[in-house]
Design a protein around this ligand. Structure first.
Ligand code: XMP
Length: 522
């Protein structure tokens, strides 16, 4: 559990795919919340966390099954408001004396549904039934509540869920059959807002407050000792570095490993910003000769990745060792990396995702970790970055993979190909920015293909490289779709690349989605 001093809301996770979205909705309301798997929520845990309210998430199990996930009785005895969602509703009803029936085809409900008001008033529903009677919601349930628990009233019903919204006003227990956290419940955020208001949250979880607290925590943890931070040029490590520097000044040294596989001007931009603008002590480890030397003649994608990963650790360690008296390693670990999520494959179990940007290094070097972003989601990190004065152009940058241009250069990597690739990539990104499309696209880049093709330019014949443009929309990089550029945009971009980049005479656009493709070419 974190050391956060704000009012806290506890989300008990019963394994829903969308539990993280509940947390997102609450954070947007400036409410501090934590997700914990149900197995972990014991009486002692509740005492220690002392949440101001609790939410029971949805989940894939059936409350009819012996041994299915439950909250502890103590959750009901705390005297704080509870909101149960889907499986969370069914569990609450069964625990408190209602009845749940197993799903049959006729009563299962998946997808869009409409909930109608029963006319019973509740603080939970302020501003909810927009036209006074009906709201669109997203249902996804097999089982359903067939009898509500004593003390509850029905506030809303749907054809498949007669007890779609229920409430026990005296105890401030609320339970809904649908999922207010998903996009397809358009007014869902309103339910969460009403719930946290009636629970007494003041919305004190702001980035300004977080910044002050984080700084105090870093100072308390580090004292007068030294910290090393591996800077990649990405948003997370940059925000972590600036925040830590604000806390402890020159006790922080950043190490920026330049593997020679960065984009055009990228190394200069990182060095200028951190060393010159923020005055952060920065070691720019230009190791491109080493990396490109070891990669010479290697064309297998996995071998490339392994070489880069191994060298990265060696180089980082070499430079970090030179920093005298360093006891801490800073990492830009985010909340989604540390959430223990309930996994139902092969029965309830807890998967702890661990995340080490510099794989195993802290243990190897005997360093302790400083992870000031552990409580934050990605867009909160961006908000914090803005507060710390990082430019928007930097904060809104598309993700860039650790192995860099190596995986955008299928086949052998040569300095010549990298130089061509950098120029073509810069033109493509410039085109995207000029047309105002950068923020609509999740990731965009050029891959230089291991083929030469014949062309004509002026009166001469050319025999140059072909390249592929890649631009995708995505939420998390797990699935992606190609971006639907106009033909004019594509034509203009191809012309610019061929005119401005010597060495490329053919441009293609990759319209593969993921799956079956991947975003990168290797
Ligand atoms: P794929 O190509 O797997 O990429 O669809 C999904 C996302 O992950 C990034 N990516 C990597 N990031 N090391 C990284 O740090 C890697 O080896 C790597 N491979 C892919 C990719 O850029 C995209 O954002």
């Amino acid at each position: 559990m974190s050391q956060i001093t704000h009012d806290r809301l506890l989300i008990i996770d019963f394994g829903s795919q969308v539990t993280q979205l509940i947390a997102r909705r609450l954070r947007e309301l400036n409410v501090y919340c934590e997700i914990h798997p149900y197995q972990r929520v014991t009486d002692a845990f509740l005492q220690e966390m002392a949440p101001r309210a609790i939410i029971f998430s949805g989940g894939p199990d059936s409350v009819m099954r012996e041994g299915s996930p439950r909250p502890p009785q103590a959750a009901y005895d705390l005297g704080v408001p509870i909101l149960g969602i889907c499986y969370g509703q069914q569990v609450m009803m069964q625990d408190l004396g209602g009845r749940v029936e197993a799903g049959e085809h006729a009563t299962a409900e998946f997808g869009r549904a409409y909930v109608t008001a029963t006319g019973v008033e509740s603080d939970l529903l302020t501003g909810w039934f927009d036209d006074g009677t009906r709201e669109q919601v997203w249902m996804s349930h097999g089982d359903h509540v067939s009898e509500i628990a004593p003390g509850f009233e029905v506030l809303g019903t749907s054809p498949g869920a007669p007890f779609a919204i229920t409430a026990d006003r005296a105890r401030r227990f609320y339970a809904v059959q649908f999922h207010p956290e998903v996009h397809h419940t358009p007014n869902g955020a309103r339910l969460y807002e009403n719930f946290v208001r009636l629970a007494g949250f003041t919305g004190d979880w702001t980035m300004g407050a977080y910044r002050e607290e984080a700084i105090a925590k870093i100072r308390a943890q580090v004292g007068d000792r030294r910290v090393i931070c591996g800077l990649s040029g990405g948003v997370d490590s940059s925000v972590a570095a600036v925040l830590i520097h604000e806390a402890i000044g020159d006790q922080l040294t950043c190490v920026f490993v330049d593997h020679g596989l960065l984009r055009q001007n990228e190394a200069e931009e990182v060095v200028t910003m951190f060393r010159d603008h923020y005055n952060i002590p920065l070691i720019h480890a230009d190791e491109s000769d080493l990396f490109l030397g070891e990669l010479y003649g290697v064309s297998d994608p996995e071998t490339k990745r392994k070489i880069i990963g191994r060298l990265f650790i060696d180089v980082f360690q070499k430079h970090a060792n030179a920093i005298e008296g360093a006891e801490f390693l800073a990492q830009g670990t985010l909340y989604p990396d540390v959430i223990e999520s309930v996994s139902f494959s092969g029965g309830p179990s807890v998967t702890i995702k661990s995340h080490h940007n510099v794989g195993g290094l802290p243990e190897k070097m005997g360093l302790r970790l400083v992870e000031p972003l552990r409580e934050l989601f990605k867009d909160e990190v961006r908000a914090l970055g803005r507060k710390l004065g990082l430019p928007q152009s930097f904060i809104g940058r598309h993700p860039f993979p650790g192995p860099g241009l190596a995986i955008r250069c299928p086949g052998e990597i040569t300095r010549e190909k990298l130089a061509i690739l950098r120029r073509a990539d810069a033109v493509f990104i410039d085109q995207i920015r000029r047309h105002g499309l950068y923020d609509e696209i999740w990731q965009a880049f050029v891959a230089i293909l291991p083929v030469r093709t014949v062309g004509v330019m002026g009166d001469g014949r050319t025999y140059d490289f072909a390249c592929a443009l890649r631009a995708v929309t995505s939420v998390d990089g797990m699935t992606a779709d190609y971006y639907p550029f106009s033909h004019d945009f594509l034509g203009e971009t191809a012309t610019r690349i061929i005119n401005e980049v010597k060495g490329i005479n053919r441009v293609t656009y990759d319209i593969t989605s993921k799956p079956p493709g991947t975003i990168e070419w290797e």
